[in-house]
Design a protein around this ligand. Sequence first.
Ligand code: G3P
Length: 222
Amino acid sequence: MELPVIILNFKTYPCVDGEGALELARACEEVARETGKSIVVCPPMVELSRVAAGVSIPVFAQNVDVWDGSVTTGSTTLSAVKAAGASGILINHSESRRKLSDIEALIRKAREMGLTTIVCSNNVETSRAAAVMGPDLVAMEPPELIGGDISVTTADPGIVKDTVEALSRIAPDVKVLTGAGVKTREDVSMALKLGTCGVLLASGVVKARDPKGVLLSLAQGL
Ligand code: G3P
């Protein structure tokens, strides 16, 4: 994955059920090709394999379960997402929080398997805690702004700047992303001005009438 980057979390919006996931991923791939910008997609888990086989941009898993090697039913394991074609994972998203010990185990095992790790956090303090566990990136997203129309970069630029500064002191190798309410190219360029390496977003593109058009515009802010 190249930085700076736009990471699009498809979440589980009904419009990306089934074929919709691949269609959106192909639109993202076209934008990446036409603009030369780095775009990563996180399709619904059940579509991971099909999307990874259908596009050439990086595909990340939205979520992974901690697995101790015993037989389980219905779990999504690191080795399964890797085999499905994912090159990275989101961990501890606001809508799928994990225990501290599980976050650490997932980061360590994913690293051993060559998967890129992005740990989501909700403020400066949890970003610090996440960063000392050594993920590749921390994505700071205030939960109250997720899915809304006001970008974190407008609502609270200080929390983004403070996160970047804190991590540059304690874990300079860990890059910072931000997200929540990101909708415009100005939001993206402000995220970079505040010192991040890009954005993690969802509704602004996934729910748009013209996802490709919106993404083309967002990519201009990168
Ligand atoms: O994973 C990204 C997400 O939590 C932000 O969502 O809809 O505010 O862009 P959204």
